[in-house]
Design a protein around this ligand. Structure first.
Ligand code: MG
Length: 385
C-alpha cells in the first residue's frame, strides 16, 4: 500500500460567478495522489484542494509534505488489515519532524494532501466519504444535512441590484439561509446590503453577515450596536482572529449569535478561543475549516478540544462551502454545512444537479468525495495527469 505519485498545481479561483469581475488574485492548490491500488484496470487516484480563502501552497506541498508520503515504507500508510490506506497514519507520516506552533499556512498544505488521502481511501473502500468516515469513527449517518449558501461579496458596480439577484437565485436553488460580506464599504452601505439580502430571503433571521475580520475594537462595537436590533442569524469574523479582547467585548454587547474560528488552525488556538474569546456555547457558531486546520486529523482534535470545553457539535458550521465539508458535516454530526453554489467556481457548491430542498441536501453516493460528479472540477483534476 503506497502512494506512488503526487501531482500538484496552483489554480486561480474567483469569489464571483462572473469571471469578468476581478477577485484579488486568490489561488488554491489542487493535488492528485496516485496509489498502487488498481480498480477496473486503473490506479485509484485521490483528489484534494486547499479549500477556499487561503492561497496555494505549492512550495510546501512539493518540497516538504508530498516527499514524506512518497518515501513512506511499504505498509507504513496501510490500515491494520493491510487492505486500504489509513489516512490517520499517512497524516502522521506527513507531520514527521514538524514542531508544535508556527502554523503559518503549513496547515493548509497538509490539509490539501489529507483531503486527497481520504478521497483515495474511501474510493478503495468503494464508499462515499461520509459513510467511510462515519464507519471509521463509529458514528451514524443522517439522511440529509442542513445547508446555507455563502456568497454576497461586494460587487464593484450595481452592488445592491446584483446582490439582490444573487440572493433570489440562491432562494430559487432551494437555499433558505445565506451569508453575505460586510465591513468593506462602511456601515451605511452594509445596512443597505443587509436590508436587500434579508428581503430576498424572507427575513434577517435567515441571513448571516461576515465582516471578514475587518474591525478594530471601536469599529467592532459600533457595528455590533447597529446590527443587534436586526435579529440576524449570526455575525461572523468580527475582528482579527487573535484579538480576544475585542471578540469578548462584542459578545458582551451583542445578544445574537456570533461566529468565529475560521482563521484559527490548531487545537491549541481553539482552546485559547474557548478560554479567552468570550463566546457562548449556547448560541455562538464555530467556523474552523477542516482543510485549513491540518486536514481531518487536526479538525477532529479541535472538535475534541471544544466539546471538552462544553461546546455542542451542533455549534460547528465549518467554513469551506464545498463537497468535502458536506461529507465531514454528515459523518461528524455537526450543525450544518456552508455551500458556495455561485462563488469560487468550479470548487464551490455540491454535485452538479444536486437538489437542495428547503435548505437541506441529501448526501452524494459516488465512492470518495465525488468530485467526479462535477464536470468542471473533474476536468481540472484530470489535467494533473
Ligand atoms: Mg468568514
Amino acid at each position: 500500500m503506497r502512494i506512488v505519485d503526487i501531482r500538484e498545481r496552483s489554480v486561480a479561483i474567483s469569489r464571483y460567478a462572473d469571471p469578468a469581475i476581478p477577485s484579488g488574485g486568490l489561488t488554491t492548490s489542487i493535488v492528485a495522489a496516485v496509489t498502487d491500488v488498481v480498480r477496473d484496470g486503473r490506479p485509484v487516484v485521490g483528489y484534494g484542494f486547499g479549500s477556499i480563502g487561503r492561497f496555494a501552497q505549492g512550495g510546501l506541498i512539493r518540497e516538504r509534505f508530498a516527499p514524506r508520503l512518497l518515501a513512506a515504507a511499504d505498509g507504513a500508510l496501510a490500515d491494520t488489515a493491510g487492505t486500504n490506506l489509513d489516512p490517520l497514519r499517512a497524516w502522521a507520516a506527513m507531520m514527521a519532524g514538524e514542531k508544535p506552533g508556527g502554523h503559518g499556512e503549513r496547515c493548509v498544505a497538509v490539509g490539501t494532501l489529507d483531503m486527497a488521502l481520504w478521497d483515495a481511501a474511501a474510493k478503495i473502500a468503494g464508499l462515499p466519504l461520509h459513510r467511510f468516515l462515519a464507519d471509521r469513527l463509529g458514528r451514524p449517518v443522517p439522511e440529509r444535512v442542513p445547508l446555507y449558501a455563502g456568497g454576497g461579496y461586494p460587487y464593484p458596480a450595481d452592488d445592491l441590484a446584483r446582490l439582490r439577484d444573487e440572493m433570489r437565485q440562491l432562494a430559487d436553488l432551494g437555499y433558505r439561509r445565506a451569508k453575505i460580506k460586510i465591513g468593506a464599504a462602511g456601515l451605511a452601505q452594509d445596512l443597505r446590503r443587509i436590508e436587500a439580502a434579508a428581503a430576498a430571503l424572507g427575513g434577517a433571521g435567515n441571513l448571516a453577515v461576515d465582516a471578514m475580520n475587518a474591525y478594530n475594537g471601536p469599529a467592532a462595537l459600533e457595528a455590533a450596536a447597529a446590527l443587534a436590533p436586526l435579529g440576524l442569524w449570526w455575525f461572523e469574523d468580527v475582528c482579527d482572529p487573535h484579538d480576544f479582547p475585542t471578540q469578548t467585548a462584542v459578545t458582551a454587547a451583542y445578544p445574537g449569535p456570533v461566529a468565529a474560528g475560521e482563521a484559527l488552525f490548531s487545537a491549541a488556538e481553539a482552546r485559547l478561543l474557548a478560554r479567552h474569546g468570550g463566546l457562548r456555547p449556547d448560541r455562538d457558531i464555530l467556523l474552523f475549516d477542516p482543510v485549513h486546520c491540518y486536514g481531518l486529523p487536526g479538525y477532529l482534535r479541535i472538535i475534541d478540544a471544544m466539546t471538552a470545553a462544553g461546546w455542542p457539535r451542533q455549534a460547528f458550521w465549518p467554513h469551506g462551502g464545498h463537497l468535502f465539508t458536506l461529507h465531514v458535516v454528515a459523518a461528524l454530526g455537526l450543525g450544518g454545512a456552508e455551500v458556495n453554489p455561485l462563488c469560487f467556481p468550479p470548487f464551490g457548491g455540491i454535485g452538479d444537479g444536486a437538489i437542495v430542498t428547503d435548505g437541506f441536501a441529501s448526501l452524494p453516493q459516488l465512492p470518495g468525495i465525488g468530485f467526479e460528479s462535477r464536470a468542471g472540477l473533474h476536468r481540472l483534476f484530470r489535467e494533473l495527469g
